[in-house]
Design a protein around this ligand. Structure first.
Ligand SMILES: Nc1ncnc2c1ncn2[C@@H]1O[C@H](COP(=O)(O)OP(=O)(O)O)[C@@H](O)[C@H]1O
Ligand SMILES: [Mg+2]
Length: 194
């Protein structure tokens, strides 16, 4: 993190959020811990500053929010509506400051199985509502401050009820496989999903 980036982003966020620390960076942009002055608690902010394809980036955030908002479960990370801040776009999320499942690599089954049970229950809940996550990996299973698992990152998810899903079926499912190609910047750039 450079001071210039910190200051510039802070200015764009104005008084709405107070930036605290950078939590990481992923396929779409950076993730920051911030205090949400309106909601009155700390959140994680995914920050995107696209130089091109701005509308696609915004649609991806809207998609992530729309899927997450279908789900209300203690083991599924909450997501708030995306916002614009100058030339950046932000997606406020529930803060999960306890790291991710990768930290349990090499741990014993007594530690791992309770986490897998939490994740299984979250997936069952989502599937019952027609939502398929489609990016299940240790890095997307976060932990909150009390060590409870939080299934994160619904940007590749599909929902039977979303019009987006209907489009995907027409656009990319000739072989019967649902694809996350047109609106998801992350999947489109990943050869694993080609
Ligand atoms: N809600 C959150 N709370 C805390 N850390 C988060 C949260 N969301 C993402 N992170 C962290 O930010 C980093 C980037 O996340 P993400 O944008 O989902 O990346 P990726 O493309 O690798 O899935 C990861 O290291 C992740 O642990
Ligand atoms: Mg992720």
């Amino acid at each position: 993190m450079t001071e210039a980036v910190d200051t510039e982003l802070s200015q764009k966020l104005d008084a709405r959020y107070t930036l605290m620390e950078k939590l990481g960076a992923g396929g779409q942009g950076e993730v920051w811990r911030a205090h949400d002055e309106t909601r009155g608690f700390d959140v994680a902010l995914k920050v995107l500053t696209p130089k091109t394809r701005e509308q696609e980036a915004w649609s991806a955030l809207e998609h992530e929010y729309s899927i997450a908002s279908l789900l209300d479960h203690p083991s599924i990370l909450k997501v708030f509506p995306p916002e614009r801040a100058g030339d950046s776009m932000i997606l406020p999320m529930e803060l999960a400051p306890g790291g991710d499942l990768r930290k349990l690599r090499g741990a014993g089954f007594l530690e791992i199985i309770p986490v897998l049970l939490e994740v299984s229950q979250a997936l069952e809940y989502a599937h019952e509502r027609g939502v398929v996550h489609r990016d299940l990996k240790p890095g997307n299973i976060l932990f909150d401050a009390r060590g409870r698992a939080k299934l994160a990152d619904s940007r590749c998810s599909t929902s039977q009820s979303a019009r987006w899903w209907q489009n995907q079926r027409h656009a990319g499912a000739a072989n019967g496989q649902p694809r996350c190609a047109r609106k998801c910047l992350h999947c489109r750039s990943s050869s694993l999903r080609a």
